[in-house]
Ligand binder design. Structure first.
Ligand SMILES: [Zn+2]
Ligand SMILES: [Zn+2]
Length: 92
């Protein structure tokens, strides 16, 4: 740990210890452990919650059970459309 006397740019708390040697030019962007943790845990959760995965609509048939497939999470290669599998068969 590196000892020093910095301030958290998030909550203003004193930081006396850091697991890395801070770049003096970036001292203003330092975050205490709590703010750092919050920042890290906030971001991915927000992204996953709001962003819907893009689905491709179409009319395919499952090569395993013959079920209709109307949605795929990827754009299927037309040359391999007869090898597509529905979600159930894909899991098997
Ligand atoms: Zn903080
Ligand atoms: Zn199937």
């Amino acid at each position: 740990m590196y000892q020093g006397n910095w301030k958290c740019s998030g909550c203003g708390a004193d930081i006396n210890q850091l697991p890395f040697q801070p770049d003096p030019a970036r001292e203003e962007g330092l975050l205490c452990r709590d703010c750092h943790k919050q920042k890290m845990s906030d971001r991915p959760r927000r992204d996953n919650g709001n962003r819907e995965r893009q689905m491709y609509q179409g009319n395919w048939k499952c090569s395993g059970c013959g079920a209709d497939i109307n949605q795929l999470p990827f754009q299927p290669d037309p040359a391999r459309a007869d090898q597509l599998k529905c979600r159930d068969c894909f899991r098997k």
